[in-house]
Design a binder for this molecule. Structure first.
Ligand SMILES: C[S@@+](CC[C@H](N)C(=O)[O-])C[C@H]1O[C@@H](n2cnc3c(N)ncnc32)[C@H](O)[C@@H]1O
Length: 198
């Protein structure tokens, strides 16, 4: 089973808790089988969470939210902002909803959906994502190109990529965004911010 399966079996799910601190914020995540990185917060996710640019009052989309790390950190950093978290994996959506409450976040909502289907006609100041690399290049291309349609003018796609896939993803970002900047690089991952001027 891959973590991006739409409905992993979870009848007898054994949930666990991950306790961690990101950007000085103590956080707890309930995790279960069949979701991405359910033993610890993924190193790429952590690098993006520690380095992403989030301003208060922003509208933020966490695309492929998993059990909710990025969206929850973003919601804490933008208490007057609004966060929408989307995943195609129904268990991830359930866990992210639980984790939003568990971490006392009141400015985030979790939706089930295939990429941008759940946010038709909505635009954001930033889209944050640790993309589903194992889902294949086509899904990732749709994620990166689709982000442009859901960013406000001056909006940022903030994305973490494994270093070994750098050339392919950098090319996709450079060819489709007006400004591409590296925000961080560590432990085999690179975080990019790609801006649309429009
Ligand atoms: C690399 S994981 C990142 C999860 C989470 N953001 C984190 O950092 O821990 C990618 C996520 O994208 C989700 N995903 C895969 N294909 C998707 C799609 N077409 N639409 C929405 N989410 C998708 C997967 O279910 C998975 O939770």
């Amino acid at each position: 089973m891959h973590y991006y399966d739409k409905e992993p079996a979870f009848k007898e799910m054994r949930v666990k808790r991950i306790r961690t601190t990101i950007r000085g914020i103590p956080l707890t995540f309930v995790v279960g089988p069949g979701v991405f990185s359910n033993e610890y917060v993924d190193a790429g996710t952590r690098l993006l969470a520690e380095n992403m640019v989030i301003m208060d009052y922003w509208d933020i989309l966490d695309m492929g939210c998993g059990y909710g790390v990025l969206g929850i950190v973003a919601a804490k950093l933008a208490p007057n902002g609004r966060v929408v978290m989307v995943d195609i994996n129904r268990l991830a959506v359930k866990l992210a909803s639980v984790n939003v409450k568990l971490n006392n976040v009141s400015n985030a909502e979790v939706r089930w959906g295939d990429l941008y289907d759940a946010v038709v006609n909505e635009k954001f100041n930033t889209i944050i994502t640790n993309p589903p690399i194992t889902a294949g290049l086509e899904v990732n291309r749709k994620l990166i190109l689709g982000a442009k349609e859901h960013l406000k003018p001056g909006g940022l796609l903030q994305i973490v990529i494994p270093k070994k896939l750098r050339s392919r993803f950098e090319e996709m970002l450079m060819n489709n965004y007006d400004v591409v900047e590296r925000l961080a690089k560590s432990g085999g991952y690179i975080v990019y911010a790609a801006k649309v001027m429009k």
